[in-house]
Design a protein around this ligand. Structure first.
Ligand SMILES: [Zn+2]
Length: 358
């Protein structure tokens, strides 16, 4: 029988809580993990390996290198996980300080410095979002990726947040000078309204900026023999409408894709996986919740589910098999291990062992 790949996302809570890299990897190995998505650059301007190019969370201490070695010794593939276009508002990376106009601008002409992304939802979510059109920022990302690919035995680079901010605040981004001037260059006149509902052609400009960034980053990663993968929005084509992320289009630059199946019901998951396989012809390894949080799902919904924990994961494994997926990626290790709120129990974890053989 075909063996499923089992992925796990790993951020540094376990390391900060004192777990040793070997203990973490031993645990992941016992869960049958074949692919590790290891946090490398987060949304708050931290790098998790020693670097001079941005703030390094652990200074010169190289927990990252130890984790990579421990994973490789156990035959686990490592994908360096990059949160691409997000930065800290209070202490962003040097490239952002030197080029303050690379951030997104909302339709009222306010940059993310003045009105941070998501600040209308709740100020604690406020973030500085960089426009994917920024060549300076893409260059910075490529320098980081190059550093990781040459210094560590990673198998590839994993893209997260490869998109614009969602339209929670109403069709909002991006009206930076690059996006506006690209529209003018391509169509010969200025955007007549800062509302893309009025002028749909602007959607294509923004979609191209995201796709172009994937192409550029992936050319670099592939030149080092690395694999590329991306964490993408659940539904297609909603991804285009909601966040200008045309993952079917940019899948040509990726080796595999991880659509998020958070809260999706097992039956709808099967449909989404089958669609993704048919549309991209690439390996599909959906990312699933390894926690017990219910955010949006309501009892009785056909497309979303309130089932959580081990039962949910096991049912999604069945959906992956029936839908033609390659595997399943658990988001994320700290919740899986119960190191954060809403985690799984020891008993749950026992049932998840050897997931790949199910
Ligand atoms: Zn822009």
């Amino acid at each position: 029988m075909r063996k499923l790949k089992v992925g796990a996302y790993l951020e540094f809570t376990p390391v900060e809580k004192g777990y040793s890299p070997s203990a973490i990897m031993e645990d992941l190995e016992s869960l049958g993990v074949s692919d590790l998505f290891l946090l490398t650059k987060d949304t708050k301007s931290w790098a998790y390996y020693p670097t001079e190019k941005m703030n390094a969370r652990f200074g010169s201490e190289d927990f990252y290198g130890k984790l990579v070695r421990e994973a490789k010794d156990r035959g686990i593939r490592v994908h360096a996980w990059f949160c691409l276009f997000q930065e800290s508002l209070t202490d962003p990376s040097p490239v952002v300080k030197e080029n303050p106009d690379i951030v997104v601008v909302n339709k009222y002409g306010k940059s993310a410095w003045e009105e941070p992304v998501w600040s209308y939802v709740d100020p604690k979510y406020s973030t500085l979002w960089i426009c994917p059109s920024s060549k300076e920022y893409r260059k910075f990302l490529m320098e980081l990726m190059e550093e990781v690919l040459t210094r560590y035995e990673v198998d590839g680079i994993h893209y997260d947040y490869v998109r614009y901010p969602e339209a929670i605040e109403g069709r909002y981004y991006c009206y930076c000078k690059r996006c506006l001037s690209k529209f003018k260059e391509e169509y010969g006149y200025e955007l007549p309204s800062k509302d893309v509902i009025v002028l749909r052609y602007y959607v294509q400009i923004l979609v191209e900026n995201v796709t172009e960034s994937v192409r550029e980053l992936s050319e670099l990663v592939h030149s080092y023999g690395g694999k590329t993968s991306a964490y993408v929005f659940t539904d297609y084509p909603t991804a285009i409408e909601a966040i200008y992320q045309d993952w079917v289009r940019f899948s040509r630059y990726l080796d595999f894709l991880l659509p998020t199946l958070y809260e999706v019901s097992p039956s709808f998951a099967e449909r989404l996986i089958r669609n993704a396989v048919e549309l991209t012809r690439k390996p599909i390894m959906p990312a699933v919740y390894a926690n017990k949080v219910v955010r949006r799902a309501r009892e009785g919904s056909r497309r979303w589910s309130t089932i959580r924990g081990v039962e949910y994961i096991l049912r999604l494994v069945e959906s992956v098999k029936r839908g033609g997926g390659e595997g399943i990626a658990l988001f994320h290790y700290a919740t899986l291990r119960g190191l954060t709120k809403y985690g799984l129990s020891e008993e749950d974890l026992e049932k998840l062992k050897h997931l790949s053989n199910l």
